[in-house]
Ligand binder design. Structure first.
Ligand code: B1M
Length: 240
C-alpha cells in the first residue's frame, strides 16, 4: 500500500472514530505529499462521513459519535476549504440555513452545515435567532437551491410559517425549495406549514438536498436535450 493509500484509509478510519488531531495531521501530511484536496475530500472524508450517516440511520451510531466525527472532519475542512475554493470547483448547490427567530440552539443546525459542506454544497449559515427579513434577504442575495429553517423548541416552530409567508410576500416562495427540521418538528407539521420537505437529522437533510439538486440538474439536462432535439428538427425542416 502506498503512503497516499494509507493516508486515505487513515482519514476514513479516524474521521469515522472522531479522532480530530489525527485527521488534521493526515490532511496536512497528504497535502505536503502533493495529494489533491478534492481527492482527500471525495475519496476519504466524504465516504467516511457517509458511513457515519449510514451507521446513525441504522442506530449503530448516536448523536455524540456523529458530532465528534463531524467535528473531526470540520478540522480537515478548515484546511481544505480555501484550497478547494482556489481550484474553482463548482459547488453541487447553494443552501441557506439558519435557526429561526427566538431560538438559540445551534448544535444540530451546525451539524447540518458541516454535512452539507462535506457533500459539496456552498452553505450560507445565518446563525441563530434569525428573523424572517434576514432569510428573505439571504434568498434574494444568494439565490440558493434550498433554504433550511431549524427550530428546536415547540414555541419557535411557528416561525416556519412566518418565514414562508415572508418569502411569499417577497415573491420568492416559488423560486426556492423550503426544508425544515429540528428535534420537535415532524413531517405532518412541515406539511401543515407549507414546507417542501422535512428531514429528521443532518444525514437525511443532506441526502435530500443532494436529491433536490440532482433532480434539478437532471431536469435541466432533460430540457437541454429536448431543446437540442427541437433545434435539429427545425434545421432539418429548413433544409427541406
Ligand atoms: Co435547550 N431545550 N433550551 N438548550 N436543549 C431542548 C431542545 C429541550 C428538548 C430540553 C428538554 O426540555 N428536554 C427543550 C425544548 C422543549 C420543547 O420545546 N419541545 C429545551 C428548552 C426548553 C430550552 C430553554 C427554553 C430552557 C430554558 O431556558 N428554560 C432554552 C431556550 C433558549 C432559546 O433557544 N431561546 C434552552 C437553552 C439551551 C442551551 C443554550 C443551554 C443549550 C443550547 C446550546 C447550543 O445549541 N449552542 C440547550 C441544549 C444543549 C439542549 C439539549 C439538551 C440538546 C440540543 C442538541 O444540541 N441536541 C436539548 C435536549 C435534547 O435534545 N436532548 C434541549 C443534539 C443535536 C445534534 O440534535 O438539535 O435535534 P438536534 O439536531 C438534529 C435534528 O434536529 C436535525 O439534524 C440535527 C442533527 O442530526 N436538524 C435538522 C436540525 N436542524 C435541521 C434542519 C433541517 C433538517 C434537519 O432542514 C433544514
Amino acid at each position: 500500500m502506498s503512503r497516499e493509500e494509507e493516508i486515505r484509509a487513515g482519514l476514513f478510519e479516524h474521521t469515522l472514530n472522531g479522532h480530530a488531531p489525527e485527521v488534521k495531521a493526515l490532511t496536512e501530511e497528504g497535502l505536503s505529499l502533493g495529494m489533491d484536496p478534492m481527492d482527500i475530500l471525495f475519496k476519504a472524508l466524504i465516504p467516511s462521513l457517509e458511513e457515519v450517516g449510514r451507521r446513525f440511520e441504522k442506530g449503530d451510531f448516536f448523536v455524540p459519535e456523529m458530532l465528534i466525527a463531524a467535528r473531526a472532519m470540520q478540522g480537515a475542512l478548515v484546511i481544505l476549504r480555501p484550497l478547494i475554493a482556489e481550484t474553482g470547483a463548482q459547488p453541487v448547490g447553494r443552501y441557506v440555513i439558519g435557526t429561526v427567530k427566538g431560538d438559540i440552539h445551534d448544535i444540530g443546525k451546525n451539524l447540518c452545515v458541516i454535512m452539507l459542506e462535506g457533500a459539496g454544497f456552498e452553505v450560507f449559515d445565518l446563525g441563530v435567532n434569525t428573523p424572517p427579513e434576514k432569510f428573505v434577504a439571504a434568498v434574494e442575495e444568494h439565490k440558493p437551491d434550498v433554504v433550511g429553517f431549524s427550530a428546536f423548541l415547540t414555541t419557535t416552530m411557528p416561525m416556519f410559517k412566518v418565514n414562508i409567508e415572508a418569502l411569499t410576500k417577497a415573491g420568492l416562495r416559488d423560486k426556492v425549495h423550503i426544508a425544515v427540521g429540528g428535534a420537535p418538528v415532524t413531517l405532518e407539521y412541515a406539511k401543515h406549514v407549507g414546507a417542501d420537505s422535512y428531514a429528521p437529522d443532518a444525514s437525511m437533510a443532506t441526502r435530500m438536498a443532494k436529491e433536490i439538486v440532482g433532480d434539478r440538474s437532471e431536469s435541466s439536462q432533460g430540457a437541454q436535450a429536448l431543446e437540442q432535439a427541437v433545434m435539429k428538427i427545425d434545421e432539418t425542416l429548413r433544409k427541406g
